[in-house]
Design a protein. Structure first.
Length: 251
């Protein structure tokens, strides 16, 4: 049972996590522990969180129209890859023992932070070998989407790092694309979890409402951050998460 206090907590957590998702790509670091704290088992908390996360992308898309202008074709092309990857990751989660990604997650997140730090140099190299149309980078998008559909912790940072290397755009516009295509990955995974996973729907509703509001508010905050400040904030938060994930996985 979810009482009124729990509903208010989940609503507030969703708003904070939605903002955090659009600014530093770490929604699950806020919302997943909150679900566990309310007594929801890990697997159920994971799938419940993924279903609710879909609404962050809806809110972010509504709040990022300025940054997404002229990028609809790009969003569709990349979104097709992320949707397929998200479906694959969701299937893996439902069919295999949970936790397989826990040991590689700290390394992946730390590596993504280093990629973000070196984005300009990496983007220059990636542009020379095909940029958005590079087969290795497209595969990387697909692989990150699998990770997002299966485990998801800091998956947004991984996606932002790959897209930052892939697209010769200001980070704020890359971040807007990331919010939408990562949402497609979550959305497809959410459909699978809704049909076959132990989703706690009474928790989804208030959390999703918060995600929707936070996702809409987040882009306006991102616009107020200089590009380099946004990069530094994401990297610092990402490295802190990598250390925490590594401590939990390897101790």
């Amino acid at each position: 049972m979810v009482i009124v206090t729990d509903v208010l907590i989940l609503l507030g957590v969703g708003i904070v996590a939605g903002v955090v998702s659009t600014v530093v790509s770490l929604a699950s670091i806020v919302s997943y522990p909150a679900l566990l704290a309310l007594g929801i088992p890990p697997l159920s908390a994971n799938v419940t969180n993924t279903v609710a996360l879909l609404f962050t992308a809806v809110g972010a898309a509504a709040g990022s129209q300025r940054e997404l202008a002229g990028q609809s074709g790009r969003v569709v092309r990349i979104g097709a890859l992320t949707a397929l990857g998200g479906a694959t990751g969701a299937a893996l989660l439902l069919l295999t023992p949970a936790g397989a990604f826990e040991y590689v997650a700290p390394v992946l997140v730390a590596a993504a932070c280093l990629v973000l730090l070196a984005q300009r140099r990496i983007t220059a190299v990636a542009t020379a070998v095909g940029g958005e149309h590079s087969a290795p980078l497209r595969f990387a998008v697909f692989a990150v989407s699998i990770y997002t559909g299966y485990f998801g912790a800091a998956g947004g940072i991984l996606m932002l790092a790959v897209l930052g290397a892939m697209l010769e755009l200001p980070l704020i516009r890359v971040n807007a694309v990331k919010n939408v295509v990562a949402g497609l990955s979550n959305g497809v995974a959410a459909l699978g979890f809704a049909a076959f996973g132990p989703v706690r729907w009474v928790a989804v509703l208030p959390l999703a409402a918060g995600f929707l509001a936070g996702g809409w508010l987040g882009p306006s905050l991102v616009r107020r951050l200089p590009g380099e400040a946004l990069r530094v904030v994401v990297v610092v938060c990402g490295l802190a998460v990598a250390v925490k994930l590594g401590y939990d996985a390897y101790r």
